[in-house]
Design a protein around this ligand. Structure first.
Ligand code: UTP
Length: 293
């Protein structure tokens, strides 16, 4: 069966980015001039999926407004003949068929995904976390979908990280088979010396609908959250789950340092900004600007 639906859980509290995320959804924080979640919606659309469900929560209305039509703004742009920007906004409105469901309490990524159960029904679906971006020639999700077509099993996107950083991620223990790894276990934030590998999960999944039953049976973690990785780990005990090392550059935007790095690199990828911004960075690092490190 083809993957036709995608879910973006975007109801988290974003505590690592407070106070910015007190009233602004973390997923709406701009990377250059686009909110993070728009890059994700663009990736989904570029992968050929048009049915997108975003799990939102209190204080997340800006996400719905962003993908909605803004009559007043469009009118002003029309009057001022800002045609290119008008087109940009109209493209955002038309981007996809976006549905919204609310997670009343931020009780974890698994709890958020469980909200999607009736929307998804009995078919495989994609999950993309609202704070992980991937820049790649072939969209990351399309890479996973290709493998799903081949294997018809749940697939987790992974990338290798330096061993000393594994304690920040969910890590896969797997057995290499062809171009994938058969998942034997998932270990949440292991110490480097105890890590089964340096294959880190990066917030992109294709899941079989069985995950909903597994989520319903998965206990809440010590933090009081229902974690998606706990459920996938359980599922991998009696069903085939693969991990795939996606190609592309992975960016996280959920904490301050990663966000800054992502913003700088995305700015340098923009044709119109690259030259002057690079010049500015060079002056800054050469000590030409009056900024103390
Ligand atoms: P994170 O764990 O990175 O987000 O969840 P968080 O909980 O908002 O962040 P911190 O740790 O407090 O800073 C990954 C994705 O899952 C969503 C988040 O919005 C993010 O896109 N999420 C998380 C939910 O939808 N619901 C939740 O209960 C938790």
């Amino acid at each position: 069966m083809r993957v036709r639906k995608a879910v973006i859980p975007a109801a988290g509290l974003g505590t690592r980015f407070l106070p910015a995320t007190k009233a602004l959804p973390k997923e709406m924080i701009p990377i250059v001039d686009k909110p993070a979640i728009q890059y994700i919606v663009e990736e989904i659309v570029a992968s050929g999926i048009e049915d997108i469900l975003i799990i939102t929560g209190r204080g997340k209305r800006a996400i719905e407004d962003h993908f909605d039509k803004s009559f007043e703004l469009n009118q002003v742009l029309k009057e001022r003949e800002r045609t290119a920007m008008l087109e940009t906004l109209e493209n955002i409105e038309k981007m996809a068929d976006i549905h919204y469901l609310r997670q009343k309490e931020a009780l974890g990524t698994g709890h958020a995904i469980l909200k999607a159960k009736y929307h998804i029904g009995n078919e495989p679906f994609a999950v993309l976390f609202g704070d992980d971006l991937v820049v790649s020639e072939e969209p990351c999700l399309a890479q996973l979908m290709k493998l799903y077509d081949k294997y018809s099993a749940s697939i987790l996107a992974v990338q290798r990280v330096p061993l000393q950083e594994v304690s920040e991620y969910g890590v896969v223990k797997g057995k290499p088979i062809n171009e994938v790894h058969l998942v034997e276990d998932l270990v949440e934030k292991p110490k480097p010396e105890e890590a089964p590998s340096n294959l880190a999960l990066l917030g992109r999944y294709i899941l079989e609908p069985d995950i909903f039953d597994v989520l319903e049976r998965t206990p809440y973690s010590e933090r009081g959250e229902l974690e998606l990785t706990d459920a996938i780990k359980r599922m991998s005990k009696d069903k085939v789950v693969y991990a795939y090392e996606i190609s592309g550059r992975w960016y996280t935007v959920g904490d301050r340092l990663s966000y800054l790095k992502t913003t700088v690199e995305f700015a340098l990828m923009r044709e119109e900004l690259r030259g002057p911004f690079w010049e500015y960075l060079r002056e800054l690092t050469d000590g030409g600007k009056d900024v103390e490190p």
